[in-house]
Design a protein around this ligand. Structure first.
Ligand SMILES: [Zn+2]
Length: 78
């Protein structure tokens, strides 16, 4: 994924990981943030609305564990 929007992430969505209870910050552009809010309100799929985010970020938005917990539990590398 290219980072051409780097520096334009003016919004931060903080999600608490249900496993370790750490707050994980997901930086978004204003446009992405609006999409995020709309999806959250309608309970829609974040993966389609915010394709730039990583798989783990999508999972976190859907109420799953953070990347660190995922690695710890499943031993995933990278
Ligand atoms: Zn966690």
């Amino acid at each position: 994924m290219k980072n051409k929007n780097k520096g334009n992430y003016t919004k931060i969505v903080s999600i608490m990981c249900p496993q370790c209870l750490e707050m994980v910050d997901i930086p978004m552009t204003r446009k992405e943030y609006r999409k995020y809010q709309r999806c959250a309100a309608k309970n829609e799929n974040f993966t389609k609305a915010l394709p730039r985010l990583s798989e783990r970020e999508h999972a976190l938005l859907d109420g799953n564990m953070c990347g660190n917990c995922y690695k710890r539990i499943f031993g995933a590398t990278g």
